[in-house]
Write a protein that binds this ligand. Structure first.
Ligand SMILES: Nc1ncnc2c1ncn2[C@@H]1O[C@H](COP(=O)(O)OP(=O)(O)OP(=O)(O)O)[C@@H](O)[C@H]1O
Ligand SMILES: Nc1nc2c(ncn2[C@@H]2O[C@H](COP(=O)(O)O)[C@@H](O)[C@H]2O)c(=O)[nH]1
Length: 205
């Protein structure tokens, strides 16, 4: 018996831990059937980022209009920019029975938890703070000041780790992908078992 609605998977983690890298590696696997929800942001595009693929890039005015029109499932202000999840894509895709993957920061994830308590929450953790700093500096996309701000936010985000269902260490990208894949499969099996038990219970009554 299959659950009719898809599974909503939320992955968070501090800036520079490798969320984007792991997500791209996961989605490039042929045996993965997940659907990525592209976020809206007021941040300027980084070199190579593509509108509608990496983000929907919008002005602050446009973003605030989306908030007023209830077009976002969640949103947050992070290190001076807005980020948010368009609600229509998530609702439509889950209703089609497909799994949706969100890659968002912790404030937004906690809002999703209130709206979708049944979602699966995964926190991607660095092997150490030193390694986190090395990765964010090594990426070379932010100024020194922005890196400081992101590292400050990272310390607060790491304290939220306990709020998640699973913590996955990103020591090696492919290993992190294997762990996330195993968690998603296990969660599907668990839900199917619960649904079967519930169906049997209704048949007995
Ligand atoms: N397991 C890993 N080992 C070594 N380097 C890694 C690993 N995972 C990611 N990286 C590197 O770390 C840097 C940051 O990765 P990435 O941009 O994916 O992080 P992020 O969590 O998405 O950051 P942000 O939240 O700021 O967008 C990149 O240069 C990436 O190549
Ligand atoms: N609350 C939300 N956070 C989001 C969303 N999309 C991305 N993010 C997170 O923002 C930070 C910074 O991202 P960056 O691309 O500027 O490095 C990072 O933690 C992302 O995961 C969203 O829709 N909502």
């Amino acid at each position: 018996m299959k659950n009719e609605r898809g599974l909503l998977i939320v992955m968070s983690g501090p800036s520079g831990v490798g969320k984007g890298t792991v997500r791209k590696a996961l989605f490039s696997r042929p045996d993965i059937n997940l659907h990525y929800s592209v976020s809206v942001t007021t941040r300027k595009p980084r070199e190579g980022e593509v509108e509608g693929v990496d983000y929907f890039f919008r002005t602050r005015e446009q973003f605030e209009q989306m908030i007023r029109e209830n077009k976002l499932l969640e949103w947050a202000e992070y290190v001076g920019n807005y980020y948010g999840t368009p609600i229509d894509y998530v609702e439509k895709t889950l209703a089609e029975g497909k799994d949706v993957f969100l890659e968002i920061e912790v404030q937004g994830a906690m809002k999703v938890r209130r709206a979708f308590p049944e979602a699966l929450f995964i926190f991607l953790a660095p092997p150490s703070l030193k390694e986190l700093e090395k990765r964010i500096v090594g990426r070379g996309t932010e100024s020194k000041e922005l890196i400081e701000n992101r590292l400050r936010a990272a310390r607060e985000e790491l304290e939220m780790m306990d709020e998640y269902d699973y913590v996955v260490e990103n020591d090696e990208v492919e290993l992190a992908c294997d762990r996330i894949k195993a968690i998603v499969i296990a969660e599907h099996c668990r839900r199917e078992r619960v649904a079967k038990r519930y169906k049997r219970m209704l048949e007995v009554e």
